[in-house]
Ligand binder design. Sequence first.
Ligand code: PMP
Length: 407
Amino acid sequence: MNFSPADWREHFPLLEKFRAESPLHYLDNAATGQCCYAAMNAATAFETQSRANVLRGTYRLAERADAAYEHARHQVAAYLNAASADEIVFTSGTTASINLVAHAFGDMLQPGDEVVLSLVEHHSNFVPWQLLRERRGVILRLLPLAADGRLDLSRLDETFTPRCRLVAVTHASNVTGAVSDIAPLVEAARAVGARVLLDGAQAVQHGPVDVAALGIDFYAFSGHKAFGPTGVGVLWGRGKALAALPPFLGGGGMIEHVGVERTTYASPPRRFEAGTPPIAQAIGLGAALDWLREQPWAAMNAHTARLAQRLLDGLAVLPGLTFVGPHDLRERLPIVSFNFEGIHPHDACQVLDEFGVAVRGGHHCAQPLMDYFKVQGAVRASIAPYNDEADIDALLAGLKDAVRKLK
Ligand code: PMP
């Protein structure tokens, strides 16, 4: 199927507006994707036609709200190839989803049990486990990294012991773009009876995910990175894995019966959705994923890979540049991080802003990885299907100017 980034941009009101008014080369898609009309229209339709609280009312308006909210769950399940919509828990984002598992699953662990992580993790998939270590005395084990920051899976038997209960790793790094090789991790985890959680925050915006094929137990992601609304995210849990978890947050909506002495809890997903959920946002996310599912992903991913190659080629000839992460396109997303000798990433980003280029500079909430690379931070360009050659060329022109001005 043919794909045109210009046609795709028409689905994103903010990009249309900026094209008309002033140039915007938006290359900070790993931080947040732009929100598509499909998401906004669905959220607006809910607010204007069906707004009521969910799971509480018996009047027709409330029934419409319930139906719209549950429909969104089915749309998310379809995007993830989940076995059932009941495996979809709406949260406020990746961070909340991972914290949910770190509490509900983590609090069932015993001192000395082990959780396997890696140094490439975003702080969202690092700090919750450190907090769990403080609460429960679990041991955190780290997968080794190769020199370019990819996971080194050649010595898994040294990391996975019989005390391993969970491996929690990123599906794709928000710094290096490297896609983790999941199959060997699942195999190693299964061999010792451990569960597998993937942080899908980055992977989910690059095409539908197949949780069944991945063979994992939990998948966490955020709506705002998948061209949907802010304030909503998802925890997918395999039916049995989710059913085995106790609640995390207590409140309305997550109970079966509350007594003074004893309370019983609803089945998943409700057990994990205490309080009023982000209803309009969940409906917007469902619509965004429904729209994304129909897109020509092979052509779109070939397009973003071509842009990433154009960027890598352009960067390679700039003086004093070092890549933070791999400088080939093997098994990676179109996310490229780099540094210039003697130039602070924030200063480079400021010069780039004058060129209408929006990129991120800093530690990218991955300080253990920055320490591993022995850098304070990096400039990161992250590409989405609506980007085109003009965006990459503006970035390269801006960087040349930054080198000239700041060196
Ligand atoms: N994990 C990864 C890999 C990320 O890139 C991010 C966002 N930068 C997160 C987790 C956290 O996502 P959120 O802030 O939406 O919860």
